[in-house]
Design a protein around this ligand. Sequence first.
Ligand code: ATP
Ligand code: MG
Ligand code: ZN
Length: 726
Amino acid sequence: MFYICSDREFTGENRVLLAANMSGCGADGAYTANAFQTDSERIPNGKIRSNPPNKRIKRIPASHSAEAALSAKKQVTRLQPKVETAEVFQMAAEGGASYSRGPSQHALNRPVAPMSLAAVAPDPKYQVLKDVFGFDGFRPGQERVIDALLRGKHVLTVMPTGSGKSLCFQVPALVLGGLTVVVSPLLALMQDQVQALRLAGVAADTINSGQERDQNIAAWRRAVAGETRLLYLSPERLMTERMLAALAKLDVRLIAIDEAHCISQWGPAFRPEYQMLARLDAVFPNVPMVALTATADEVTRADIALQLFDNKVETFVLGFDRPNIHLKVEPKRNWHRQMLDFVERHKGQSGIVYCLSRKRTEEAAGLLREAGIRALAYHAGMDKDAREANQNTFMTEPGVVMAATIAFGMGIDKPDVRFVFHADLPGSLEAYYQEFGRAGRDGKPAEAHMLFGLADIRMRRMFIDEEASDDDRKRREHQRLGALLGYCEAATCRRQVLLRYFGEKSEPCGNCDACTAPVALVDGTAEARLILDAIRSTGARFGAAHVVDVLMGAANERIEKFGHGKLPAYGAGKGRKREDWQSLIRQLVAANALAIDIAGYGALTIADEGRRLMRGETTFNYRPTVQQKRAAKKEAKAAAAATLSDENTDLLDALKRLRLALAKQRGVAAYLIFSDRSLIDMAEKRPRDEAAFAGIHGVGAAKQKAFAKTFLEAIRAHGDGALDHV
Ligand SMILES: Nc1ncnc2c1ncn2[C@@H]1O[C@H](COP(=O)(O)OP(=O)(O)OP(=O)(O)O)[C@@H](O)[C@H]1O
Ligand SMILES: [Mg+2]
Ligand SMILES: [Zn+2]
């Protein structure tokens, strides 16, 4: 998701340099969120500087540094049983965006009060909802969180992006009165929400390092005077002793921690400052707290519950599905062309094109403008005014396409974004979910379209390896990347893969490319059995790298140490490349035949489908990788016509259009120009010159003379195919 780089973290800068070196451009991509200023005030290691003036503050021993706390927690987390999810409710499936429209539709959540009763004593939360926010009803999930908080409970809630998490603490804040403290990681987000609340007539304030001192003092005075309902603070500002002591004297009735996954080092956007929040519960023992996030897998959820609430918390997870968003992944061939084709199909609609580097955003915006599309660029390297002007145009005018790095998007709440196009591979499935989640917030159909090339994978791997982080984190990030690749390569419903990653079961969705246009799959049952056998016979304790080593018959220390050289599986997969096996393993994970222990050491274990495969009850089909496709092509040349690889179907379409145009020109039937088989052959072989063209099925001398030039041009114009990215 959003990589939040504080000024103290070096990772962002390293990555920027790296990317810049690699591509010769000022890349920022996922890595410089410095568009967002972060609050830089923080107290080192969460230690207490002075005597706490208030007895309620629990003293933390000096040894209890952030790091010590971290490793202690890590141990505990591993040992802890999974946190019971008090209730998992999943209503998105009921039409997803058909949010409930009024109290009467909340029967799912609670018994509905008879109208007459409601008229006598109107429920204050509905009043606030209507009077302050102007909404007629709660959306799925909101009311349960609000009710629990009003009952004084701690709540952890995981709800999709754009589902309305803010309201979950804003409504109780107004119902409860007194002061609600809201913790948020980014100044931009705080300012946004404060402005929105003020426009709704709510006394909201923020104290942060982005404001003048006078402003901060005035805000604090208003809070002390009891005028403020919601006070937004960064974690580092809140967790100073002075602030805690001062707040403890005020009438704090609720604490909300937004983007709560930042507390977990298992999560995708760990912020060390967030770990200090673990003390809040002790400082404000009787104040209900709510932690909100859109992206937290089970491990991260358990970690948040433990760290913030010592597991005394009601957890609500709202379905992750955004069923109105169509999902599609395409191999990257020629991103210029692919992007233009895609955006032109959506002319007049608002959309976002995400690129990895700053330079690419400019390039993309330029290309789109040339094609007559209103496109703007957005990245952290632009000056602030230009950036804000572009964002403003995007937010307020229809039909604007923003070509942006991921510096753009956090807190963007525009209902009618119709598409999110990824010109480059995102960082993880969490990141991807966040990023495409900016589309279709109004519940109407929208598209999430991603290009995926092998060069992107290499780049991402390198980012992780070069990152200045510990090995644990690197390993986890590699596993996250692996899960994303599994999604990209999935041969079955993408939504199922995505939702399974977040711990949800679902049926094939009918609204993704794998559901609507299944690709030509290859039977890989034998290969799958080999993998399963290697995993089983090594005790299901090893990660993909070692399993592949076994299959490839590698000679190394580990193989030796565990005696794996003697297994029947050893060397059984020599006939294939390492990358093929890795891809097969990812696809087996995506198909729920294997499971990966992300929090642990990434060991592969055998999941339900895998057991069925081993028992011979089912088969396994997979999507061949680019290399596999080429190898397969050699083997099965004769069958090639029937199974055109998906990356070539676009070219085939272009060739068919050309054929039709030529046929019309000459007043003949299209098949007379070339048969389908000839066009398929061209799409597969992509001849570059006349000699190669002569080798195409059905090309004789006359056709060579008449058509070679035109078709060669079309093929060239279509780009050089996946080869460019290998
Ligand atoms: N009950 C409701 N009825 C109508 N609109 C609502 C309701 N609740 C929230 N919204 C609107 O939905 C939009 C998204 O809300 P919000 O920004 O709180 O989402 P979020 O869950 O915090 O998303 P993110 O994960 O991106 O932060 C806002 O414009 C908000 O006003
Ligand atoms: Mg939010
Ligand atoms: Zn699907």
